[in-house]
Ligand binder design. Structure first.
Ligand SMILES: NC(=O)c1ccc[n+]([C@@H]2O[C@H](COP(=O)([O-])OP(=O)(O)OC[C@H]3O[C@@H](n4cnc5c(N)ncnc54)[C@H](OP(=O)(O)O)[C@@H]3O)[C@@H](O)[C@H]2O)c1
Length: 225
């Protein structure tokens, strides 16, 4: 685990018992734990959080298993919010994403984290017609099992999240443009296969939802303005 804060690098001590952060914020936990922080999207999210002066704890498999409520609770302790941006190519999607959701619901609740933003998948976001993107004519079907697994994760989160956990799923409304530098902005949009967003802009949307939540118990898509 790596914990950094532009304002206080002394937090980078590997001690994640939550006492440091709570005492520095007058008894209220602060900061954000990012599960999957070394992945392509998690990196952008962690960088955006740091740029806002937030204390960031980076968590990947080396620090714990995001499908374990015990590990989630340990890593999330002392933080106000959590972001999850995970993918495991070896796992069965229909098992992995619901397991992640259940572990988050239980583990974050135990840790006292009250805001969760999950990086989701556009394929299971509704289009303007109401149909999910993956159900629209011409949409590639080879990743359907993966898409359905992502969707099952959101359903599991909706079923398992306790009342005190304010959660949101945010995904591109179409896809990432991994080579784009970012525009500095974004807008919410229904799913559209042609939409693109840079990871840096997507990270802005995620951090806005961490700091000033507007999406509650729902999946929202974002696209470049
Ligand atoms: N069009 C779209 O909507 C779209 C497009 C692309 C991606 N996405 C979604 O965005 C999310 C992130 O994708 P990405 O491309 O950034 O993935 P990535 O680069 O493969 O990173 C995923 C991260 O997940 C972590 N991870 C995997 N299994 C874990 C476990 N059991 N416990 C803890 N950490 C675990 C890994 O951490 P370590 O390596 O440190 O262990 C890894 O860094 C995924 O959910 C993906 O489906 C959506």
């Amino acid at each position: 685990m790596t914990t950094t804060n532009e304002n206080d690098n002394n937090d980078n001590d590997g001690n994640n018992d939550g006492n440091n952060s709570a005492s520095k914020s007058g008894g209220r936990p602060d900061g954000v734990v990012v599960f999957g922080a070394r992945g392509r999207i998690g990196r952008a999210v962690a960088a955006e959080a740091r740029s806002r002066g937030l204390r960031v704890t980076e968590a990947g498999r080396a620090e714990g298993d995001v499908t374990s409520a015990v590990d989630v609770a340990r890593l999330a302790a002392g933080h106000r919010a959590a972001v999850v941006s995970v993918y495991d190519g070896r796992a069965v999607p229909g098992e992995f994403f619901p397991a992640v959701a259940r572990a988050l619901a239980e583990g974050l609740s135990r840790a006292g984290v009250d805001r969760l933003v999950v990086v989701g998948l556009a394929s299971v976001l509704a289009t303007d017609s109401g149909a999910l993107l993956m159900d629209t004519p011409g949409y590639p079907q080879e990743w359907r099992e993966f898409s359905a697994g992502h969707g099952a994760g959101t359903e599991a989160l909706a079923a398992a999240a306790p009342a005190g956990l304010d959660w949101a799923v945010v995904s591109p409304s179409g896809d990432f443009d991994h080579d784009a530098a970012g525009t500095g902005g974004y807008r919410f949009a229904a799913a559209d296969a042609g939409h693109r967003i840079a990871p840096a802009d997507f990270a802005r949307a995620v951090l806005d939802e961490v700091q000033q939540p507007t999406v509650h118990a729902a999946h929202a898509g974002v696209v470049q303005p």
